[in-house]
Design a protein around this ligand. Structure first.
Ligand SMILES: [Zn+2]
Length: 268
């Protein structure tokens, strides 16, 4: 990923999409906002106890920095399930200026131009999908539950239902907790029940009787086994828990923390 700065706002973009002039695919950092304390400073979550006016100001700065229309943002409503909303023009502004008419949505998809999609993160895995032939975008939020229940497959199915050929689909996996920072118990390992091996991205600590897993690369494995071409999948090394300067992290900060967003949009 590349670190960009516009005015005060620092945001990340993907290397594989550097030359895609019409595609917006960015991930926020905690730099460039007006929030304070655990929310310092670019907190983009409304539901975590931060001052709402500050969060609105952060959205204003962020959307200006990445050049997307603030009033049209469509925000997900994440509950660690596999629901994906097909976003239409009628959804513009929902979750920020208008009440959502959808709930329990961990993925967003659209083929419409100038319609920015927003999903939320603070250690979970942001997964960005783009089909340059169909001109479609999608974003999926995957914690361990969404990884185990393979929300990425639901997103691929939706792209294919809309006319995508699997070999055209490009996927980028953004900042999330790294393997070293992500200790889990047996219950999580048992849930990771796939028809291929992931032993190489799970380590077990006998001392702690706990496992360490690489959620970003487990999602990559699922995508590869579903037929997405390996050279069309980018996985960032950035870790939300390791990199305190750049990111909020639930593992590091607990409940008193801000929230990052992922944004995708196709320009006209
Ligand atoms: Zn880490």
């Amino acid at each position: 990923m590349k670190i960009n700065q516009k005015n005060e706002v620092v945001f990340l973009t993907f290397d594989q999409w550097e030359d895609r002039a019409k595609l917006v695919a960015v991930h926020s950092t905690r730099i460039g906002g007006v929030s304070e304390n655990g929310f310092t400073s670019m907190n983009l979550g409304f539901a975590r106890g931060d001052n709402q006016d500050r969060v609105h100001e952060n959205y204003r700065r962020f959307s200006e920095g990445i050049e997307v229309p603030l009033e049209k943002l469509v925000l997900s409503d994440q509950w660690h399930h596999n629901e994906i909303l097909e976003v239409e023009a009628s959804h513009e502004g929902m979750g920020i200026f208008k009440t959502r008419n959808y709930h329990d949505v961990d993925g967003l998809f659209t083929t419409l131009k100038e319609l920015p999609l927003v999903t939320f993160y603070a250690d979970c895995v942001p997964i960005y999908f783009y089909d340059p032939v169909l001109e479609a975008i999608g974003m999926a939020h995957a914690g361990w539950r969404g990884t185990a229940s393979q929300i990425v497959l639901d997103m691929l199915r939706l792209f294919q239902k809309k006319g995508s050929q699997i070999e055209n689909i490009e996927v980028s996996i953004g900042p999330a907790v790294c393997q070293k920072c992500y200790q889990v118990d047996q219950k999580v390992i048992d849930a990771m029940d796939f028809n291929f091996a992931i032993d190489h991205i799970i380590t077990y600590s006998e001392e702690e009787d706990r496992y360490y897993i690489d959620l970003k690369n487990i999602n990559k494995e699922i995508l590869v086994h579903a037929g997405v071409l390996k050279d069309k999948i980018e996985v960032t090394h950035h870790c939300t828990a390791c990199e305190e300067e750049l990111f909020f992290s639930h593992r590091r900060q607990g409940n008193h923390r801000g929230t990052q967003i992922g944004v995708m949009m196709i320009r006209e």
